[in-house]
Design a protein around this ligand. Structure first.
Ligand code: FHN
Length: 568
């Protein structure tokens, strides 16, 4: 069967080249050359996607019957033989594509990305390439077809997640658990033919798609990955492809964290509303404040947010998650004009909040006000002609030599974000991006660190990774770790009064920030959850050694960065 794909691809490829050449000749003859370089994204499509700003990610499959993680639990919590038979019990009779789309629209989401095939190889559409698909389950309905139709009917864009790696497929070089086991017999070329045959089905039978969202390339190097991108784009010229085929793709995909401010290359944060991508009963869910502030910090960084739900085994999205999403939708009903179609900045996101801009407007989302006094906005090279509180109200504005001072009385402030609209005398996007406050240097940056536990004792996840100022590295602990500490040596006594701890995955439930005096650890600050870029101030303390003492965690805690700020 394997050679079939290769022959099929060769024939289809030749046929397509002939057709494309004829079309190019005709179009070139009539109205100027057609964009030939399919390795480049269509800029109009890219801008359309960026303007959408907010999408729904859906991780679903027979694995939802177990409550464990999709793909990763195969051969871990669930034996491979059991996992691969789950589809024979899968009958989500309460699946209603129109309902999923209604929920996404009421949340203010403008596109939906569904896992059509995850690392476990199971396919949620009527694929002719393998029997391991939804049509051979008791449910027997084409989920991708129904969801694509519902999106089209309700006017929301539809895209497909398709795992580059496939731990179920006999030709893929790696298998479960976690793709860490090599297959003796494998054939990556034949597997690539299989992948392309399935991608063709998705694009031809369920397209046009907004995105082909590939994931976890593993054996796919940049050349093979670029071949997948070119193949995909040859089937739909204006499709957008992420950076997970093994090649660079059209946009970056920071995961479970807010991407850094970047107007030069499109990016999309993908994040779970709970802990797990796939359904888990009683999973810890983010608060409305966390959800909305994540969207604001993402848009403020000029990125999109792909926010994930894991539907239940009966096909419903869990009611409490629907409620949380509705809170986001209610917020966007009031302030969506400050998110959709805007660009990030000119004030870069930070502890203070975030900003977006459009035409002559700058929208400030103030999340943390100064302890006393007004909000001090850096002076801009463009005159600020007006400041208004949204949805209504006045903001007292006072210009000084150092800043534009904005006064909003406490009772008018919003704990999630106070939205202030500034009007400027020109195009706001032309204002060079600026830090809202002077960049603070962490006293812990680059310092010696140690911890009670490190994931696999691997250097890749060493304690020092939480102090290297690199947003792509993190300290991690072993799976199942419920308590741990992370200690840093500042090299000398320093007086510290503020900290920022950026947690990957919301696993910490209770922590203390401690400092060492005369060999005794004392508490400087105590808290419950951490989350993304958690900042907190405390009565300044003077010490050389500081410790994040994680007292309770639901899973192995892992920290992108921990920063300590000296009291001047
Ligand atoms: O392993 C997958 C994971 O299950 C999930 O699909 C995320 C979504 O971005 N991607 C991989 C982890 O990076």
């Amino acid at each position: 069967m394997g050679d079939f794909y290769i022959i099929q691809e060769i024939v289809m490829s030749l046929f397509k080249r002939i057709i494309v050449s004829c079309v190019v000749l005709l179009v070139s003859a009539s109205c100027g050359a057609v964009e030939k370089d399919i390795s480049k994204v269509d800029p109009v499509a890219m801008k359309r996607w960026q303007d959408m700003r907010f999408g729904m990610f859906i991780h679903w499959g027979p694995v939802s019957l177990t409550g464990h993680e999709i793909g990763w639990s195969r051969g871990n919590q669930t034996p491979i033989a059991t996992y691969d038979q789950l589809y024979k019990q899968f009958n989500p009779t309460r699946f209603d594509a129109d309902q999923w789309v209604r929920i996404a629209k009421e949340t203010g989401m403008k596109y939906i990305i569904l896992t059509t095939k995850h690392h476990d190889g199971f396919c949620l559409w009527d694929t002719k390439q393998t029997e391991y698909n939804i049509m051979n389950s008791p449910f027997g309905r084409d989920v991708v077809k129904e969801l694509a139709a519902a999106c089209k009917k309700q006017g929301i864009a539809f895209g497909t997640y398709y795992s580059t790696c496939d731990w179920h497929h006999p030709d893929f070089p790696r298998t479960s658990p976690g793709g860490q086991v090599s297959r003796e017999k494998h054939n990556l070329d034949r597997y690539t033919g299989y992948l392309k045959a399935q991608v063709r089905e998705l694009l031809v039978n369920y397209g046009p798609l907004i995105t082909l969202w590939y994931d976890v390339p593993q054996e796919f190097n940049a050349q093979r990955g670029q071949g997948v991108i070119d193949f995909t784009r040859s089937l739909q010229r204006d499709i957008i492809i992420n950076n997970r085929t093994g090649a660079r793709g059209d946009f970056d995909t920071p995961e479970q964290k807010i991407g850094g401010f970047n107007r030069d290359r499109p990016w999309e944060t993908c994040m779970t509303i709970c802990q797990q991508w796939a359904w888990r009963p009683k999973d810890q869910m983010k608060s409305a404040q966390q959800c909305i502030q994540t969207l604001l910090q993402t848009a403020g960084g000029d990125g999109n947010l792909l926010f994930n739900v894991g539907p239940m085994p009966d096909g419903r999205i869990e009611p409490r998650q629907v409620e949380r999403l509705k809170e986001m939708g209610d917020w966007l009903k009031k302030y969506g004009h400050a998110i959709y179609g805007t660009r990030g900045g000119p004030f870069k996101p930070g502890y203070w909040g975030a900003s977006t801009c459009n035409e002559d407007k700058i929208y400030l989302f103030v999340m943390n006000w100064p302890k006393t006094g007004p909000l001090k906005v850096p002076i801009l090279p463009m005159k600020v002609t007006k400041a208004a509180l949204k949805p209504q109200g006045d903001v007292k504005m006072k210009r000084t030599e150092q800043a534009i001072e904005l006064y909003v009385p406490q009772e008018k402030r919003n704990p999630i974000a106070t939205v202030i609209e500034l009007t400027v005398a020109g195009k706001a996007f032309d204002i060079p991006p600026v830090n809202f406050a002077p960049e603070r240097k962490s006293a812990a940056s680059g310092k010696q660190a140690k911890a009670s536990n490190t994931f696999g004792n691997s250097e890749q996840y060493a304690p020092a990774k939480a102090f290297d100022q690199d947003p792509e590295t993190r300290w991690a602990t072993d799976a199942g770790t419920k308590a741990a500490w992370l200690e840093v040596d500042l090299g000398k006594e320093m007086t510290i009064g503020q900290a920022m701890i950026d947690e990957a995955w919301d696993r910490v439930h209770r922590f203390e920030l401690q400092y060492k005096v005369d060999s005794q650890w004392k508490r400087a600050h105590a808290g419950t959850t951490l989350g993304a870029k958690k900042e907190f101030a405390f009565d300044p303390v003077t010490a050389r050694y500081f410790k994040l003492n994680i007292l309770e965690a639901v899973e192995g805690p892992t920290i992108w960065e921990m920063q300590l700020y000296e009291e001047k």
